[in-house]
Design a protein around this ligand. Structure first.
Ligand SMILES: NC(=O)c1ccc[n+]([C@@H]2O[C@H](COP(=O)([O-])OP(=O)(O)OC[C@H]3O[C@@H](n4cnc5c(N)ncnc54)[C@H](OP(=O)(O)O)[C@@H]3O)[C@@H](O)[C@H]2O)c1
Length: 253
């Protein structure tokens, strides 16, 4: 095993999977988190031969699962003498609805749990390891829709807006705290051709939402970025951006 470890939520598909491959290629051990073991194992199979990956299943919306994941990561880091250098909050959800009347409050609660509560709770639980590995980095994955409301995208947009605020809060709280706190940044990937965006497109189509035409066109014209290009840009930001350009920054591919 290598000495640095990166924990990536939502590593079984799309951007998270591509990021895992990129970081592993840079000699970093990757801990792959998601609910579906088969999806995480598909990512594991894509890692370069000499690299190390750990599959850790769990639902980050559930506190018991988060606590179990934190214990498992801590045990791995300690037993292998590794440093938790990177924590990437990539998993993201948010079901569309046809409008406010049909927007499911439980769906909003689920989106908030995955997109906001989990990044907070996982960062808190892993903070001792992040401090011990100083200098370490936390990267949140935002979405442009947080600042561009569109019909039917309430749960996703509201929760991503809250994630942006969580990023800002962590930044100011860490900045006035001790020197060994992790640097925190927000990454805005833009439109990326992933299973997630395609599932969103089909759900939005069922709801009859107007942005479906734009997404259809963007996917047909190849205007979406590839997960690989975005994973590479995120890995570059994590491993090669100087601290003064990373801490508190909103980064883009
Ligand atoms: N694609 C885009 O155009 C785009 C644009 C802006 C922002 N983003 C953001 O980029 C991030 C990655 O999205 P993506 O497009 O790559 O989507 P994706 O392919 O759907 O990947 C998301 C991953 O998150 C995991 N996940 C979902 N809920 C989870 C939970 N409760 N616990 C643990 N893991 C969970 C899923 O795996 P399981 O189902 O196995 O748990 C899935 O592998 C998200 O935060 C998304 O909001 C994407």
């Amino acid at each position: 095993m290598t000495s640095d470890i990166a924990v990536i939520t939502g590593a079984g598909s799309g951007i998270g999977s591509a990021l895992a491959v990129e970081l592993a290629g840079r000699g970093i051990t990757v801990a792959l988190i998601g609910r579906r073991r088969d999806a995480l194992e598909r990512t594991l199979a894509l890692l370069p031969e000499s690299s190390a990956g750990l599959v850790m299943t769990g639902d980050i919306a559930i506190d018991d699962d988060r606590q179990r994941l934190i214990r498992k990561i801590s045990a791995c880091v300690e037993s292998a003498g590794m440093g938790l250098r990177y924590l990437i909050h990539n998993a993201g959800v948010g079901e569309p609805a046809s409008g406010i009347e049909t927007m499911d409050p439980d769906g909003l609660a689920r989106a908030l749990a995955v997109n906001v509560t989990a990044p907070l709770a996982l960062t808190q639980g892993l903070l001792p390891l992040l401090r011990a590995a100083h200098p370490s980095r936390v990267l949140m994955v935002g979405a442009g829709i947080a600042d561009r409301p569109q019909p039917g995208t309430g749960s996703y947009g509201i929760s991503k807006k809250a994630l942006t605020r969580l990023f800002e809060q962590m930044q100011v709280d860490f900045a006035q705290s001790r020197a060994s706190e992790p640097d925190v940044a927000l990454f805005q990937p833009g439109l990326v051709d992933t299973p997630g965006i395609r599932a969103h497109l089909e759900a939005a189509r069922r709801c009859g939402l107007p942005h479906v035409d734009y997404l259809d066109q963007a996917l047909a014209d190849g205007e979406c970025r590839s997960p690989r290009a975005v994973g590479e840009a995120m890995a570059e930001a994590l491993t090669n951006t100087p601290s003064e350009d990373f801490a508190g920054a909103t980064l883009r591919p």
